[in-house]
Design a protein around this ligand. Sequence first.
Ligand code: OFO
Length: 176
Amino acid sequence: MLKPAILKLLNEQIALEDYSANLYLAMSSWCGAQKLSGSAKFLELHSDDEHLHMRKLFAYVNETGAMARVGALAEPPHEFESIRDVFEKTLIHEQLITEKINTLVEACVAEKDYSTFNFLQWYVAEQHEEEYLFRSILDMIDVVGLEGRGLFMADKEISQMTQNVTTAMSSTPPVA
Ligand code: OFO
């Protein structure tokens, strides 16, 4: 049985992963409106990925005999200054998720909940991958620049990274 403190944090994480899915979908929509189809597709797939992260936590909580909750979600931002602004915000958001996962892991150690500690190791590894992915996109944008054909090139590069997101999703363990 989950301790109340761990259940509370897991339910908060469920809401946060759900928010991530909505945030990336809103970003995808903005990119689509700017005719950046590669980035729009990349972020749409990443939104699906976040939804799987949420469902995996949801299934875990219910498997323990506790009850997963669908929390209230804030509305994500819909306007961005540039494609660089979009990906800067994804990296900042992922750094926040990493902090939350680390807090959960620390709480598991404090509460001696080694089963949840073990379950969370997948998220620890995933956060390393996600921060690396978004940092790589920002580095690429800085190299190609956004002037002239730079924006077209950056969007094309991001479109090719869609393959990585699809591969990551297919390697995501089943949610139940
Ligand atoms: Fe992008 O992070 Fe979920 O876990």
